[in-house]
Design a binder for this molecule. Structure first.
Ligand code: NAP
Length: 479
């Protein structure tokens, strides 16, 4: 059976937003407060066919044109009286006291609390729970706070579409869920009002899933840059006064970026190999992975995108290397030395092949990485079947890793076999950068051996080795 509130919001379903934008005829919804959020919400509600009554402490102060023509600007008391079922509270929590005296007007109605938390990790009651205590005869629903005033006004096609909703009253929650859908958003039911604290803090979080991957990428950058600095700039200067400091802004950064890109790309594929080894060793997929591996598996998309960023920057830097002044000086000096030495043709076939091969594999690797990055966008990924998505992310991903390793190997050519490549007993940067990618590739090749691949496939279909008894259902789905 449908609740009163849901039925009420259903009443105008047949009215298209095109026609109702001119003449709303749906139920009246009240908004308390006349600030930015109230204005944007009023615009969106009117466009979706609702009539809107805005309740202000001082309606006469609100100048004409601030709200759409169809919106009534009234006192708080008049607005809640006009509301048929739903009243939005678009006030800061510290101003809830201005609603004192409205208790009778909002009794039995749905109060939608749209406020955000002021700071993160506050223990104690949420704003919505405080509102529910202030108005015990109303049904408080938390929602819409994750949508900014801008996104409300711009429309649901241009911004975040998810609206997190919770309430202890299921009928009222259902009504607000339906209302969110009619406004063009994607409601997500998070259960009872106890979840309100989490919802209120959601807009304050800054890229919550990116902190680990960004930190890893920065640490790798500082490690490789520092290594490069000590090996190629500092030690030659201290040893024989060679001044390579001009390399700091461009050459050293361009040496560092591909190493970071390669290692972060390998970090996308290593946890999958580790998870497979664990499952093979345990003979089951029903035991949880260690927490660190779980977190690592969940960070693969971010690591892949950061790898793409570094690879893209490396491509731009490499193109720019030949444009800088130092390159033209070096070219002229080399030409002069060649003329002085009487060399007419400096063509070295092997070096021509080397540079063409490493450029070609690098360009192809970057292209495949770009494809992976594009398919990781939700709008593109959603259009693919699970089979297509895993093909792109896994098979093409390994192709990108292989091409990047080839790019590095062609770059290094046979130089690593000469003692001159190890000044101060320090190996070249690209050799260090190859360790993890080669480990991931070798691991993948070994797992593809028929004896291991068939056992793994059986385990992933639910088969367990006989002596495995404890079932601790773990997160093996996303390996
Ligand atoms: P705002 O522009 O400052 O508006 C707040 C409104 O509260 C004022 O226009 C005022 O309307 C009313 N009010 C009541 N008592 C007040 C008092 N003592 N002092 C000052 N104003 C008082 O704020 P807002 O951006 O619309 O935000 C309103 C709520 O929405 C907040 O809880 C916020 O966390 C939430 N929110 C905002 C956004 C956003 O993008 N702006 C996004 C998500 C959630 P009257 O003078 O007409 O009474």
């Amino acid at each position: 059976m449908q609740s009163d509130s849901s039925a009420l919001l259903d009443g105008s379903d047949s009215i298209s937003s095109e026609t109702t934008a001119q003449c709303p005829g749906g139920p009246v919804i009240a908004i308390l407060g006349s600030g930015d959020f109230a204005r944007s919400l009023a615009v969106r509600l009117v466009a979706s066919g609702f009539r809107v009554a805005v309740g202000s402490r001082n309606p006469s102060r609100i100048c004409g044109g601030l709200f759409p023509d169809w919106v009534e600007v009234l006192s708080q008391r008049e607005a809640v009286d006009r509301a048929e079922q739903v009243v939005f509270v678009a006030l800061y929590p510290e101003h809830y006291h201005t609603m004192a005296g409205l208790e009778d007007g909002v009794a039995g109605k749905v109060l939608v609390d749209v406020s955000n938390a002021a700071v993160q990790n506050i223990r104690g009651r949420s704003n919505a729970e405080r509102l529910a205590e202030l108005f015990p005869r109303s049904k408080v629903v938390k929602g819409f706070n994750v949508i900014s005033a801008w996104a409300l006004q711009a429309g649901a096609h241009d911004g975040n579409r998810q609206v997190l909703i919770c309430s202890d009253c299921s009928d009222s929650k259902a009504a607000v869920v339906q209302l969110a859908r009619r406004l063009g958003f994607m409601p997500v039911d998070l259960g009872g009002l106890r979840a309100a604290g989490e919802i209120e803090e959601a807009p304050l979080r800054l890229f919550p899933s990116w902190d680990g991957p960004v930190l890893v990428t920065f640490l790798l950058f500082f490690f490789f840059y520092g290594y490069n600095f000590v090996r190629g700039i500092l030690l030659p200067y201290l040893d024989h006064g060679k001044n390579n400091f001009y390399q700091l802004p461009l050459v050293a950064v361009n040496d560092t970026l591909p190493a970071v890109a390669l290692v972060t790309l390998s970090l996308v594929y290593l946890p999958g190999v580790m998870a497979a080894v664990l499952q093979l060793g345990r003979g089951t997929k029903y035991r949880r992975f260690p927490c660190w591996l779980d977190r690592w598996l969940c960070s693969r998309k971010q690591l892949g995108l950061l790898s793409f960023l570094c690879a893209g920057l490396h491509a731009v830097y490499s193109v720019c290397l030949s444009l800088r002044q130092a390159a033209s000086y070096r070219l002229l000096n080399a030409a002069y030395r060649q003329v002085k030495a009487g060399v007419e043709n400096s063509w070295v076939e092997e070096q021509v092949w080397r540079s063409d091969l490493y450029l070609s594999s690098g360009i192809l690797g970057l292209g495949v990485l770009a494809l992976l990055a594009i398919t990781s966008l939700p709008s593109v990924g959603d259009a693919l079947s699970w089979r297509e998505f895993t093909f792109v992310q896994s098979s093409l991903g390994y192709a990108a890793l292989t091409l990047s390793v080839m790019h590095t190997l062609f770059f290094g050519w046979d130089f690593a076999f000469f003692p001159g490549a190890y000044p101060y007993y320090l190996p070249p940067l690209y050799l260090l950068a190859l360790i993890l990618p080669c480990t991931a590739l070798v691991g993948r090749v070994l797992l593809a051996l028929p004896c291991l691949a068939s056992s793994l496939a059986k385990i992933r279909r639910g088969w367990e080795r006989r002596h495995v008894s404890t079932r601790d259902h773990g997160s093996s789905e996303h390996v």
